[in-house]
Design a protein around this ligand. Structure first.
Ligand code: MN
Length: 429
């Protein structure tokens, strides 16, 4: 675990005025992403409400970085070492805080509102875990009231291989999927649009350096393979899922779309917000040695506040404010840490590659205020919620727009945020 440096100094400010006091992107954050610049995609760094074009300022950076930072994706950059990532962060922090650089850099700022964002990487593989223990318990209870968690849950970080081709950046429309559904009262399934479309509030991990096939990542080194984090919405069709998932797990209920926020919030930026992993309840087994690391126990949790809001067509027409569906802190919900996820994923020799995406699984708080899916909030559809418009919802209707936001606060640190991850449901095609 590395330590804080001048880039985390709460007193450091930027000559980019909008950065100072910005809820997401003050100079202490400096996330990387990919934006549309003319006919090309280019790597940039968010600062306030602006983006600094890193390809354009490459002459001011280490020549060894120029090639990787001039690509249309961040894969080459993420393949480099954590020391490089930290050195770039220090360089950008210096350039954006020292007014002496203002004249040369200001021409290479573009307003975030003026450009579209892309996926930050070409994603090779996407894996989704299930480490949100309250979600696993809430959902398990609907099917197995006496034994919500399967016997393996406290030994194995459960995951499944997802689909990389349908991961999209925030803003991409959510086309209601069709598929095989068989309501309990029906004798035969039909192929028709999903009626139980849901969201899943998750964090995404972006893999930096990879590992060779056959070479597991030891847990003490796992942090060096995580480049950063994003917000992730694992859109889910519960009716398709209920009919298809046994015996091999999620398939078409999940792979029609996954949305991510555009900025990679670096592990370095999140350092001031790390926390001890919540103590395991009395009676829980200790992690097997390959999943146990004292430093991870001390600092493996992330103090990230997460909010999910919904607006419907009627709410927008009436000018009603967004309605909060979930509000809570993710760190309290993860039974397994990010390092444990990476160590477990590679523990059989499976190779992870730069730009791979790993979802944590749905993150729900222990109480009802921060449940990360409508499956939990509406108790499987039995308890619809009423929105400020008077409309009721058990699951998502066409026109509904979901937005995930996340941020970190801690004493002695400047607040940083993830930006947002949105999607609006459009009718089935
Ligand atoms: Mn999921």
């Amino acid at each position: 675990m590395t330590t804080l440096d001048e880039t985390h100094d709460p007193l450091r400010t930027s000559w980019v005025d909008s950065a100072n006091g910005h809820p997401d992107f003050p100079i202490q954050n400096l996330p990387l992403g990919v934006f549309q610049r003319g006919d090309d995609a280019a790597i940039g760094c968010a600062i306030g409400d602006q983006i600094l074009d890193l390809a354009a300022i490459a002459p001011l950076l280490d020549p060894a970085w120029q090639r990787a930072l001039s690509q249309p994706t961040l894969n080459s950059w993420l393949a480099r070492t954590p020391a490089d990532e930290r050195a770039l962060r220090r360089r950008l922090s210096g350039l954006l805080s020292d007014p002496a650089h203002r004249a040369s850099l200001e021409p290479h700022l573009v307003a975030q509102s003026a450009v579209t964002m892309h996926l930050p990487v070409q994603i090779g593989d996407f894996t989704d875990f299930y480490v949100g223990i309250h979600h696993a318990t809430n959902v398990g209870r609907q099917f197995r009231p006496d034994q919500p968690l399967m016997p393996n849950y406290k030994y194995v970080p459960i995951g499944y291989h997802g689909r990389a081709s349908s991961v999209r950046v925030s803003g991409h429309p959510v086309i209601r999927p069709s598929g095989q559904r068989k309501p309990p009262e029906a004798t035969e399934p039909t192929y028709s649009p999903s009626r139980r479309l849901d969201y899943e509030l998750e964090l995404g991990l972006w893999i930096g350096r990879g590992n060779a096939l056959g070479s597991p990542v030891p847990i003490a080194e796992a942090g060096g393979h995580i480049a950063g984090y994003c917000l992730l919405n694992d859109w889910s069709a519960r009716d398709l899922q209920a009919w298809e998932y046994q015996p091999l797990g999620p398939f078409l209920a999940k792979n029609f779309l996954t949305s991510v926020s555009p900025w990679i919030i670096s592990a370095d930026a999140l350092l001031p917000f790390r926390k001890p992993m919540p103590p395991r309840p009395a009676g829980d087994p200790a992690p097997l040695p390959y999943l146990d690391d004292p430093a991870d126990r001390e600092q493996g949790a992330l103090g990230i506040s997460l909010i999910v809001t919904i607006s419907t067509e009627a709410m927008r027409t009436a000018g009603l404010p967004l309605h909060i569906l979930s509000n809570g802190e993710a760190s309290a919900a993860m039974y397994w840490s990010a390092a444990q996820i990476v160590a477990h994923h590679s523990s059989n020799g499976c190779n992870l590659s730069p730009g791979d995406l790993i979802g944590t699984g749905t993150l729900s708080t222990a109480d009802a205020t921060g449940q990360g899916s409508l499956l939990e909030i509406s108790q499987g559809g039995k308890a619809p919620i009423t929105l400020p418009s008077g409309e009721q919802r058990s699951f998502l209707e066409d026109g509904d727009e979901l937005t995930l936001t996340g941020w970190c606060e801690a004493s002695g640190a400047v607040r940083i945020g993830f930006g947002s991850c949105s999607g609006r449901v459009v009718p089935s095609r």
